[in-house]
Design a protein around this ligand. Structure first.
Ligand code: ZN
Length: 139
């Protein structure tokens, strides 16, 4: 069995954003040389997500509105986590909703996606360098 590991680094200039990272994961897959197996992609921070969905601008807007309704960033004083001096309690909650990681099957050297599936990095507390882990195992 072959194994491959890479960290992807991001520095999102805004507090929140969704970024399609499918091309970077495909680069990792090519580099790994693995043709049959599994790829795990996970955020290495508890205020960011990796998830799979459609690369459609309206949907990303809808996510932003939905997440802000459920866990608004402000007023930051409404969250006990922020008593620690942080202001990112909402980001922890948004991350929990959108998920930590995805696993995608690799078939014939390609990501074996369903219709319209793409891999996204969801940033909820940006303006700093953060990492995503790509781990690929297979033959
Ligand atoms: Zn925090």
């Amino acid at each position: 069995m072959k194994s491959y590991r890479k960290e992807l680094w991001f520095n999102i200039p805004t507090r929140r954003a969704f970024l399609n990272i499918t091309p970077q994961v495909e680069d990792c897959l090519r580099e790994s040389g693995i043709k049959e197996g599994l790829v795990l992609v996970n955020a290495m921070h508890i205020t960011a997500s990796v998830f799979i969905n459609d690369d459609e601008r309206g949907l990303h807007h809808d996510y932003e509105v939905f997440l802000e309704k459920l866990a608004p960033h402000e007023p930051v004083g409404d969250y006990r986590h922020n008593d620690t001096g942080e202001d990112n309690a909402d980001a922890h909650i948004k991350r929990q909703i959108m998920g930590r990681e995805v696993v995608v099957a690799i078939t014939n050297g390609r990501l074996d996606f369903g219709t319209w599936e793409q891999i996204f990095y969801g940033e909820f507390d940006g303006k700093r360098r953060k990492r995503v882990l790509v781990k690929i195992i297979g033959e």
